[in-house]
Design a protein around this ligand. Structure first.
Ligand code: ZN
Length: 256
């Protein structure tokens, strides 16, 4: 247990130094990693590491080409503790479930929730680089890259790839056949579906008074933005948390 805590501290410190995490994000990474390590042992920590490292790389990949997207999304740069909680909160809950009422379904729910978090991150971080503009799944109109609720073929393929990488990384360590692996990939992707649906409908959106762009930011061009639509309490982090939690819940209920 002490070793798991030690490794988590090292990873969080490295994430902080590499500017993938803010200070508060690093602290919450230690909490998340330790709880998940307690519930699922080294496998849990290893899978979290696969998510963490590939997502950090995805964020940094061609980051200069994503500058225009930074104008739209609520947060960019190192992840703070709210973002860590949004991505790892559901995983922590499955680890606590495993500790309190041991059942293999918690482990599958953890794998699916990590697949959901990875597919969300890959879908958005790589998806915004697609040559074609995404379309809103609500109106089917073209929207700016980075707009929540927008989908593109490339982004969708990268979401599938992200979920697949997590299941492939789990394959040697969890008893599963190919059919079950495919089920887990689909369960992971269910998170992305929920993410896109919420993003297109109830996630809050604002408009800049200066440049007239739709954005998730509360201020743009140093001016407070105007509220356009969505539930005011539902920002990107809340939507991420809900979609990953949805994937974990669906998986647990189906596989218990
Ligand atoms: Zn603006």
């Amino acid at each position: 247990m002490l070793a798991i805590f030690g490794v988590t501290c090292l990873v969080a410190f490295a994430g902080y130094r590499l500017r993938s995490l803010t200070r508060s994000g690093a602290v919450l990474t230690v909490v998340t990693g330790t709880v998940i390590g307690y519930g699922f042992g080294w496998f849990g920590l290893y899978l979290l590491g696969v998510f963490f490292s590939t997502s950090s790389l995805a964020s940094k990949y061609r980051s200069r080409d994503k500058k225009s997207v930074d104008e739209i999304v609520e947060k960019s740069g190192p992840r703070d503790f709210v973002q860590v909680l949004a991505n790892g909160g559901a995983g922590m809950a499955t680890a606590l479930g495993m500790t309190l009422v041991p059942n293999d379904a918690w482990l599958y729910a953890y794998v699916a929730s990590t697949a959901a978090a990875t597919s969300d991150t890959w879908g958005s971080e790589f998806g915004v680089l697609a040559k074609q503009k995404p379309r809103s799944i609500k109106t089917f109109r073209e929207v700016e890259p980075g707009t929540s609720g927008g989908v593109s073929l490339f982004g969708t393929l990268m979401s599938v790839a992200g979920a697949t990488v997590i299941i492939a990384a789990s394959y040697p360590f969890i008893q599963m056949d190919v059919t079950f692996a495919l089920v887990l990939i689909v369960l992971g992707l269910s998170g992305s579906v929920v993410d896109t649906l919420l993003g297109a409908t109830v996630q809050r959106k604002y408009r800049c008074r200066v440049c007239d762009k739709l954005t998730e930011k509360k201020a743009h061009h140093r001016e407070p933005t105007i509220y356009v639509s969505g539930w005011r309490i539902l920002g990107n982090d809340a939507v991420n948390f809900l979609s990953i939690a949805a994937a974990a819940t669906i998986s647990f209920l189906l596989l218990r």
